[in-house]
Design a protein around this ligand. Structure first.
Ligand code: PLP
Length: 433
């Protein structure tokens, strides 16, 4: 029962440093958020000790009466969070992460080497949506399935639904995946459903990034059109790191979809569920069901729009010119910078962002943009006025990056890196509660 500081001061110290980094920095990574203390407490609970392979009331281990109660509660809350009728939708809450949720969903829906289409990675899609390069198939979704990416219209940054329809006619995919990691606009699920129906394909949405905003009904709902919906639970949903798979229960031609999804999660792709995580998901979903959640989601979007407007007012170029959701994709190429340069300078300024491909990048290795998200800053209660200040900091970061680029290898660059890398007195070793 001795505390961490006593048993393992090294790890405690690392956690303290990371706590300091998170509390004192500005977190603008679009896939991150600040999980509530309550959800953290559930995540760190003794539920981690329990094995419970199987499903509630059908386990391979004894002693699961409370774990069953927990998983049933978590499922109920997941359906309620998205306003889903339990007669029409079911959910599996066991996936360890978004990637495993997606692979399990593919395993449930299609056969090895069947064809799928997902948004290409350079256009904002995710690795698990069939990504491969000319040199290598490096993701399980492209190793075990054949895939053809669809794309955005280069000039507008919007999904090219017409081209997708034309390609699907030729390629005949068994599955179309919508959803993205870096797409600042809402999706036309009706158009995608029409295309999927024409080809007799499944339609799956991966709403990992936007699920918290969809739950608040601030973005259109994929549940009206898709057969399966996956999500992570730690991005806009603000829970622990995990995944969920929702599946339709009312499909005439696939009455067994529930069993297929459940079997795909366990035993096909995973072992025992992480019950501590499921507890934390349940707690996070309870928070999503509160009236304040809608206000949070609205503020996330308003903050993202404020950030977009502020950057545009400085003359910068954004992919799609703005945003409908929590993220902004900033194209740095017109000012002659790469995403990695600005990411480095921002790191030194205590602003955390990530370099990101933008449409038409010559090389995926040298992304020409950065991705910004407002979920975490909104969780810290930042409003439009704060975000305008953040935009000024980002503007400064870009100006500094431009100066440093001109001065590459100079004393100015070395001095900047030295000064910016030295924590200010008074903050060193500072511990947050
Ligand atoms: N799907 C999308 C759209 C994502 O953006 C991500 C991660 O960023 C994932 C899936 C994978 O989630 P995880 O990192 O939990 O495996």
């Amino acid at each position: 029962y001795a505390p961490l500081a006593e048993i393992d001061p090294e790890v405690k110290n690392i956690i303290d440093k990371e706590t300091w980094r998170q509390f004192t920095g500005l977190e603008l990574i679009a896939s991150e958020n600040l999980t509530s203390r309550a959800a953290m407490e559930a995540n760190g609970s003794i539920l981690t000790n329990k094995y419970s392979e199987g499903l509630p009331n059908a386990r391979y281990y004894g002693g699961n009466e409370y774990v069953d109660e927990l998983e049933i509660l978590c499922r109920k809350r997941a359906l309620e969070a998205f306003n889903l009728d339990p007669a029409k939708w079911g959910v599996n809450v066991q996936p360890y992460s978004g990637s495993t949720a997606n692979f399990a969903a593919l395993t449930a829906l299609i056969q090895p080497q069947d064809r799928l289409m997902g948004l290409g990675l350079p256009d904002g899609g995710h690795l698990t949506h069939g990504y491969y390069t000319a040199k290598k198939k490096m993701t399980a979704s492209s190793i075990y399935f054949q895939s053809l990416p669809y794309a955005i219209v280069p000039d507008t940054g919007i999904i090219d639904y017409a081209k997708l329809e034309a390609s699907a006619k030729i390629y005949k995919p068994r599955l179309i995946i919508c959803g993205a990691s870096a797409y600042p606009r809402d999706w036309d699920y009706a158009a995608l459903k029409k295309i999927a129906n024409q080809e007799g394909a499944w339609l799956m949405a991966d709403i990992a990034h936007t699920s918290g905003l969809i739950a608040a009904q601030e973005l259109s709902s994929p549940f009206d059109y898709c057969d399966v919906v996956t999500t992570t639970t730690h991005k806009t949903l603000r829970g622990p790191r995990a995944g969920l798979i929702f599946f339709r229960k009312d499909l005439e031609n696939a009455k067994d979809l529930e069993k297929r999804v459940n079997d795909a999660v366990f035993p096909a792709c995973q072992g025992g569920p992480h019950n501590n995580t499921i507890a934390a998901i349940a707690t996070a979903l309870k928070q999503v069901a509160q009236p304040e959640w809608k206000a949070y989601a609205k503020q996330v979007i308003s903050n993202a729009r404020t950030l977009a407007d502020a950057l545009v007012s400085h003359g910068y170029k954004l992919q799609t010119g703005g945003t409908d959701n929590h993220l902004v994709l900033w194209d740095l190429r017109p000012i002659g910078l790469t995403g990695s340069k600005v990411e480095k300078v921002c790191d030194l300024m205590g602003i955390t962002i990530n370099k990101n491909a933008v449409s038409g990048d010559a090389s995926a290795q040298v992304p020409g943009g950065i991705r910004l998200g407002t979920s975490a800053l909104t969780s810290r209660d930042m409003r439009e006025e704060d975000i305008k200040q953040v935009a000024e900091f980002l503007h400064r970061a870009v100006q500094i990056s431009l100066t440093l680029q001109k001065e590459a290898g100079s004393k100015l660059l070395k001095d900047f890196v030295r000064v910016a890398s030295t924590p200010q007195e008074g903050l060193v070793g500072h511990q947050q509660v």
